[in-house]
Structures are given as structure tokens and as C-alpha cells.
Design a protein around this ligand. Sequence first.
Ligand SMILES: [Zn+2]
Length: 142
Amino acid sequence: MITLQQYWRGRDKTHGHLLTPELRANAQRTVDVANELLPLAQAGGVMLTPGQWGMVRSGWRPPDINAGTKGASATSLHMQCLALDAEDPYGLLAAWCFANWRTVLKDLGLWMEHPTATPTWCHVQLRAQGSFAKTGLRYFYP
Ligand SMILES: [Zn+2]
């Protein structure tokens, strides 16, 4: 289970003045849907690595944190608490999500970054972005 605490990664303390009710609600939705996704992946054969797999690598990124994050998009949904990076050291979760984007991701209302862009984590988000919004695909290249 991913917790809100893990999603904040202490930033609710360091950047609490930026946390609006909307951001808090978004974060709860993101954590809730991640907690639906992870058991499905496990049931689908993705092996759990305790302490690593499924843990939050990146949750909320306040603008200054996002700006200092290597490779982060300037419009990243991490800033709106609508994205989550799960630890995925062997790419198994991302591969499974990608193999099931037409069903699982669609059912859960998720989009993901293509696994080739996320070798040791899995990025999922609750909204489509940019030109990919019109494609109907549930994955995109950052
Ligand atoms: Zn991400």
C-alpha cells in the first residue's frame, strides 16, 4: 500500500504553504488509484520486491523541486499531484502496465510514460497531456 505520507515525501512540511485543498484532493486520488493498480499488477504476475517495488520514487513536486529535477517536464503533472513514479528497478511494473494499457490503464483512468523512458521506475498520471491527449493512447513519450 502506498500512503499519502509516502506521496508527500516530507514536502507537505517543507512546502506546506503551497498545498491547496485541490492539490490535497488530487494527491489522495493519485494514491487511491495507485493502490488499485499495484495489486492488479501483482495478480498479473509482477513480482514484488519488498522495500523497493511499488514504493514512491517521486510524488508531489512543488515547482522549485520540479525545476531542479533532472529530466522533469516544465509542465509535469507531479506539480499538480496528478502523477506518481513508483520504484520499478527491473521495469516489470512498467512493462506490465504497457502490456495492459488498453484495459487496466483505461479502466483506472491512467496514462503512463513509455517504459523506454522510465527504465527503473513507472510513471503513471491521471490526465492526458499535450498532443497525446487526442491519440487515444494511454502512454506517451516525455
Ligand atoms: Zn513521473
